[in-house]
Design a protein around this ligand. Structure first.
Ligand SMILES: [Fe+2]
Length: 193
């Protein structure tokens, strides 16, 4: 099974800069160092400020339905977890300080339910020190299976905040991982072991 796939995105530099400017303009989000660090951004406002994102989505037959940003100030703000979105996959873009940070994937790990800072029930690994089965550095956009157990590793010495953009779509982009022939983009390292 492919856990992720790296994507080539047209106008990536403009997309990244516009998205980062947008996140920074939401200073209440950008400055939040504790508690909830996964935050929803207003979709219409985002589409107006970052049209490159929907252009990219359209090229894959997708429509953006929700925009999140994940602002990580400290390694302890993330653990091994499963996302509880409706769809199996999302597309994530590194916006700032992604180099030398990694998304790890896990398989056959015992899980428990707990509550996050937002009060939502989330599924996390019972043992947070289990070995991973795949990983990818946060340097290029990826489509990834968010319902599989995953974690973000941020070295203590890394510059912060580490900021990523996470897009959800109408039509689950998991097809980009199910059918390697029909990706619509060129690919580099498949995320499987
Ligand atoms: Fe996640």
């Amino acid at each position: 099974m492919l856990y992720y796939r790296q994507l080539e995105v047209p106008n990536l530099q403009a997309l990244t800069q516009n998205a980062l400017n947008f996140v920074r303009s939401k200073s209440d989000i950008f400055r939040r160092k504790q508690g909830i660090n996964l935050m929803r951004l207003p979709l219409d406002d985002f589409n107006a400020k970052c049209p490159e994102a929907q252009e990219f989505a359209s090229s894959l037959g997708l429509r953006i339905t929700d925009v999140l940003t994940f602002v990580l100030w400290h390694p302890s703000q993330c653990g091994i977890h499963r996302d509880s979105w409706r769809h199996k996959a999302r597309i994530n873009f590194p916006l700032l300080n992604g180099k030398n940070t990694y998304t790890y994937f896990y398989d056959n790990v015992e899980t428990i339910e707990t509550r996050n800072a937002a009060g939502s029930t989330v599924v996390v690994a019972k043992d947070q020190s289990v070995p991973h089965v795949a990983f990818v550095e946060t340097t290029v956009p990826i489509v990834l299976r968010v319902q599989e157990l995953h974690n973000v590793m941020l070295p203590y010495t890394n510059p912060v905040p580490r900021i990523t953009l996470s897009l959800g779509f109408d039509r689950d982009p998991v097809f980009l991982l199910n059918d390697p022939v029909n990706t619509g983009t060129s690919t580099n390292t498949p995320g499987s072991v």
